[in-house]
Write a protein that binds this ligand. Sequence first.
Ligand SMILES: [Zn+2]
Length: 445
Amino acid sequence: MAAKGSHRASNGRRATGGDHTTDKNRTTGGNRTTDGRRRSGEHRYAGAHRHSSDSRAYSHGGHVSRRSARAAVRQARTQRLAALAVVVACALAALTLVIAPFAAPTLMRGRDTTTGTGSPNPPTVTHATLERTAAPELSPGGIVIGVNGSPTTIMLKGEEYVEGGAHAIDPDDGVLTAAIQTSGTVDADTAGDYTVTYSVRNSKGNLATATRTVRVVDSMETQNGGIPVLMYHYVYDDATPPADLNNNYIAASALEQQLRYLTDNGFYYPSWHEVRAFIDGTHSLPKRSVVLTFDDGEPGFMSVGGALLARYQVPATSFIIANDGNAPQRMKDYATPYLEYQSHSYAMHQAGGNVGHGGRISAMTKQEIIDDLKQSAAVTGALDALAYPFGDTTPDAIEAVREAGVLCAFTTQYGWANIGDDPMVLDRVRIQGTGSLETFIGAIQ
Ligand SMILES: [Zn+2]
């Protein structure tokens, strides 16, 4: 099962390269079947996290085909007297000539897809325990699809696999998350790598896929007690600080320092499903687990911050104020596989209440809150996590959020999210824009 998944994993996002490869293997036959099998084998064991070496395997495969073609021609020349051999060799050579032009564009398209998106260069950082997947690619038709949380899920053998899901958005269709099909099997009782594949089609029929490597390990150092869920707001380019600069803003250079620290030190980014299971006390997380959240879907964060997250391949959640008229377009414009959109409510991010910071949630009935969250989910395509507007909660609000099916809901109260906490009222670690890297490091461990 892992084999099947890995194969699709490496090919899927390259303009349905997987299908081409399969066809090629099937049609070439003879010598090239052997090559084809070897290529498939490489995919089987390479896994999604070795994307770049897969690319090389592909190029290599192409050369092998052409070399085989020349060998076949030579073979044909030396065996002219053997009529049967001539027929066989000519058939092989002809087949190669027919196939080569198709094979080449397939490879080309794969490379074009990678470079054509303007995907940022991966930073040259060492990653202590986790290998990272490829830089973001644009799928056919411009669909952006990404897994939720770390692309390599780490789980302890014998525990239940917690499926983290994926998110997808299309420039024309908007969010496609609900339409994502998930396939693959994880044997949680046997250590090893497994692949889960997520695929979705847009209304034009373009297919986009993303893959998750699930690594079942015999043992690991685990995160004890709780997990830091970081709360950020706005991000600005150092060269153009905002007029109203305050502690809710973080400079791109400061955020980049933090992201580099996280990647250099092998931090793990669980999905919301994993966080919930962890809080419930039913699931272990690797030591050095952390979650990054950014409130409000602010343009500076979406553009500058989103690009940095993609560059460092750090998954994060953007809590979107769904009734912001610009939100749907911004979500499409700045979509990356590393950014998932969750709820900061639909129309509750405004004054009108008399609890806490005065958000209107405290003046709403339970049903009104549930309806608001449903409207929010229609915009973001997900309701796994919620940031209460201004952090305000009431007993009705908490019950509404629970009934709406939210997995994890956060206030602005400072602290870690701890095992045994009510998952509807979780604390977060506010990151002050002017804080030092040492303060950041101290807050997450
Ligand atoms: Zn907010």
